[in-house]
Structures are given as C-alpha cells and as structure tokens.
Design a binder for this molecule. Sequence first.
Ligand code: ADP
Length: 255
Amino acid sequence: AQGLATKKLGYPVYFFKETDTTNGRLRDIAAGGETEGAIAVAEQMTAGRGRRGRPWEAPAGSGIWMSILLRPNIFPSQASVLTLLAGLAVCQSIEEETGLTPSIKWPNDIMLNGKKLVGILTEMECEMQQTHFVIVGIGINVNTTEFPEGLMDVATSLYLESGRTFSRKNILQRVLLNFEKLYMELLDSHCSFAPFLDRYKEKCSTIHQEVKVLGKETFFAQAVDITPEGELVVIRKDNGKKEVVFSGEVSIRGG
Ligand code: ADP
C-alpha cells in the first residue's frame, strides 16, 4: 500500500503473481472476515471472467487486474450503482493520468475509440435483503500490445490508442483515490445515485445511441436517458414504447 493517498481502499493489498480470478480470490478472503477496503491485485489472471461467465483476457504485465472489497449498508437491488461509480472513477482516473478521453458504455464498460478498454464486474454475497459484501472487479488494458485474434476488433489498450506506455501503479492509485471519494459520497447520500447522475451522463456514450438489448427478450432500441436510479431508458424500435432497462439483466451491443 506504499504511496496510497486513500483512507480505506487498498488496506491491505493481496498481491498475486498469477491467479485464476481476483474477484474469486477476494471473495474467499472476504468470506474469511477481511475488512472493507482490502484489494486483490494480480500480475496475471488465468481465468478472468466477464459477466455471465464470459472470459476476460488478462495477460501478464500488461494491465491492471484488481478487485476491491466493500461492505456497504446497501440493499442487494441497489448494488449495481457501485458498478456505475467504479466506471465513473476509472474514466476520470484515465483522463487525469493520460489525457485520453474514454467514455462509459452503460453499465459496465469503458470504451476508447469504439473499443473496450476497461471491464467492470461487480459481484456480491447477500441473503434476502441484506448485503454481506460486494466485490468490484476492474480490468484495465494499459500497456497491452496485442490481443488474441478474436478480440483485436473489440478490445484496446491505452498503449494501442496512444503509442505511449503508462505506469500501472499510478493509474491504480488514482482509481482507488477517485473511487473512494465517490464511495464515501454514496454512503453520505444513503446510497442514492441521484447526486452522481449529471457526472455519469457527461461521460456516458450510450445515451442517444442505438442499442441492442440482450435480456429476457432481445430487441433494438434508441437509448435516451439514464434514470436517477442509474437505469437506462430506451425507446424500442419495434413498438415505439419507452422501457427502463436494469443493469443486472442486460448486455448492450452497440452504444
Ligand atoms: P459485456 O459488458 O459486453 O456484456 P462482459 O462484461 O461480459 O461483456 O466482458 C466479457 C467480454 O469482454 C468478452 O466476451 C470479450 O468480448 C471481451 N474481453 C475479454 N477480455 C478483454 C480485454 N482484456 N479487454 C477488452 N475486452 C475483453
């Protein structure tokens, strides 16, 4: 935790040279009683995950593969705001550290020039209406020079977009600091997303774009807004009806 300016996040740091997934590792550690703020960081993940079990490519030395343990007093149904705030924090941090201007693809990805730069995977342990803990996993492609064949069209890194390499440590520290600020503000606002809405929308590229919603039903729609709860408002192409899309339920293609 050397050089950290945070009060809570990053204490302690569990560092792994190689692990399957930092989210999974930190989940075990959390179940053992570890306190809020602990993080797991890996040089390489051998079985990184996206949502719905999709694989996350996390080669050695090229990116930031990190998970953060939180124990907020929050209903399980509200926990997805942590994904949104993590996205906002990472987006701000990349801007501050690199001068590049990525945007957020609602709810959980950060894009640069149309390709995925960052993935966020929030998982939680809860029972009925009670959240035991939340794990926010963040994967940032920093100095990655190439991706496996199938990913070259969809994934990118800070290096690939700028031709420069960056300090992973500086970015990681900045992300923790910015995320901690937002997290404290969230707790102060009794877990309401409303105070963050304008800031989020400013960085979100999904609004005004055409999206394909993959949920219980699949349909094309025009994204028009984000609600004060952090949900996406869309107008369906097939019947012109307005619908609210919950982040837990869907993947958005395009947008
Ligand atoms: P989505 O948010 O689009 O539903 P996920 O959050 O589930 O996607 O992330 C998994 C997907 O991300 C994979 O299916 C793959 O297309 C893509 N992917 C995997 N590894 C990386 C990476 N290192 N950088 C960018 N994209 C990746």
